[in-house]
Design a protein around this ligand. Structure first.
Ligand code: SF4
Ligand code: SF4
Ligand code: FES
Length: 327
């Protein structure tokens, strides 16, 4: 008799430690034990728990195939899609898997979060091709394969919310639009059918848009679709820095002064840095004065910097990366 390979493999007992909460009530943890087949996903397990052990457990799901983005949650502390995560791959040495709702979004019930801000922030970047200023063509707008290829990576976003959940900037600044919105923003800036590029760049040149990201890499790390939101944000920033039409803001000045200083001396001279970046804002300079004094007293602001070793290499590297950015 033929025996299929998977039938030979044993099922394994896994304990799911699930965060339970309704609205703002205090959270508790409940553990459910299951015997699972080796190929079972975390979503299979949660569905089995709901059907067989506890019908009150709340979570979202739909396609079960990493397409709809509904089943996002924190698995062992990190945002992921439950339908794309095999339980056997994430179970810890105690035989346990920790299940929690996404971060940066209020809990409605258990693993279901309120995504209103997520959608609101997406809307803020106007994530649709605008042809408002054009005559509608008789045929569709055609694109070359090269023009289309530029949109593919950001176009793969399934709006699951994993990046938004783990975004450090979003955690400290609730107005920051988030990685999902900025990945979509890049798609719009790059789309040759859109006729609002300048207006878009003006909007994205704000502290709550492209300059709000602290480049922590969390979004790239958790995105299940390889969108790499940080990479798309960097591409928007490059466009902003190269735009001759936009006035220089503090974020742009910060970057220009930093690169110029390192290129000229290999050192970041913090006193000069603050003076140059905030030259136009006496209030900001005044606010930094106590910090400057403390740094001076701790010897962290030497009056003279010795040249660093291999300074020529630093200059060559910076020149190779981008000539225009500090001009
Ligand atoms: S890299 Fe930027 S956008 Fe991405 S998670 Fe970090 S702060 Fe947020
Ligand atoms: S960028 Fe990736 S992680 Fe963020 S919403 Fe889109 S698919 Fe999900
Ligand atoms: S259920 Fe659709 S992405 Fe997981």
């Amino acid at each position: 008799m033929l025996v299929h390979d998977s039938a030979k493999k044993k099922s394994m007992e896994i304990a799911f430690r699930v965060r339970r909460q309704t609205g703002n009530d205090p959270a508790t943890y409940q553990t459910y034990k299951l015997d699972l087949e080796p190929g079972a996903t975390v979503l299979d397990a949660l569905t089995q728990i709901k059907w067989e052990q506890d019908g009150t457990l709340a979570f979202r799901k739909n396609c079960r195939n990493a397409i709809c983005g509904s089943c996002g949650m924190r698995i062992n502390g990190k945002a992921a899609l439950a339908c794309a995560t095999r339980a056997a791959d994430v179970v810890d040495e105690r035989g346990e898997i920790l299940i929690q709702p996404f971060g940066n979004m209020p809990v409605i019930k258990d693993i279901v979060v309120d995504m209103q801000d997520f959608w609101k922030h997406l809307d803020q970047v106007e994530p649709y091709v605008s042809t408002a200023a054009r005559n509608t063509p008789e045929k569709e707008f055609l694109q070359t394969p090269e023009q289309r290829e530029k949109l593919e990576q950001s176009g793969n976003c399934i709006l699951c919310g994993a990046c938004y959940s783990e975004c450090n900037s979003r955690e400290i600044n609730p107005e920051f639009v988030g990685p999902h919105a900025l990945a979509k923003a890049y798609r719009m800036v790059e789309d040759n059918r859109d006729d609002q590029t300048e207006k878009r760049l003006e909007r994205y040149n704000q502290p709550d848009y492209a300059w709000g990201c602290t480049r922590c890499f969390s979004c790239d790390e958790v995105c299940p679709m390889g969108v790499q939101p940080l990479e798309q944000i960097q591409k928007i920033r490059t466009k902003l820095l190269h735009s001759r039409k936009l006035p220089e803001n503090t974020a742009m000045r910060h970057r220009r002064v930093l690169v110029a200083q390192i290129r000229n001396s290999g050192w970041l001279d913090e006193t000069r840095f603050a003076l140059e970046v905030f030259a136009k804002s006496p209030e900001a300079l005044l606010a930094l004065a106590p910090l400057g004094l403390r740094m001076l007293l701790k010897g962290k602001m030497p009056l003279r910097h010795h040249p660093i070793d291999n300074f020529a290499e630093v200059t060559t590297l910076i020149d190779a990366v981008h000539q225009d950015d500090y001009n």
